[in-house]
Design a protein around this ligand. Sequence first.
Ligand code: AMP
Ligand code: ZN
Length: 142
Amino acid sequence: MKDDNCIFCKIANGAIPAATLYEDDDFRVILDLGPASRGHALILPKEHFADVTQLSSEVAAKVLPLAAKIGKAQMKGLGATAFNVVMNTGKDAGQTVFHFHTHIIPRYADGPSIAAWKPGTTTPEEMAETAGLISGAIDDQA
Ligand code: AMP
Ligand code: ZN
């Protein structure tokens, strides 16, 4: 399914040009217009899914192997020494485009530094309570 109002549907399906690194029947991989580092790439499925919770299992199964392929190419082609694979899910997580996409962000020994979270603290009791709240909310999925 394509969404006529979705910019990433248009880019993924070739209606709007983008710097394309890779394309197959299911995906287009492009350079991000506002890169966190040189070579920052976005994996866009050609089909419209709002976020990772909506993804079909067929497309989902192909995303991580493709992310690894792109990350390895960023290291080989650009001299990156590492990469981050990021999927922002929901506004409070920083998602701004509601067509599922995976960021592949190359990292280099000399930066740029990219903000990560500051480790907090917890207690065994709090961890047990929190784990119970999440595990109790996991839906049974056949
Ligand atoms: P997110 O904040 O996780 O939804 O990521 C959206 C990303 O898409 C951001 O990193 C933007 O810089 C990038 N972006 C938005 N519009 C375009 C575009 N037309 N071409 C390439 N990247 C884009
Ligand atoms: Zn879309």
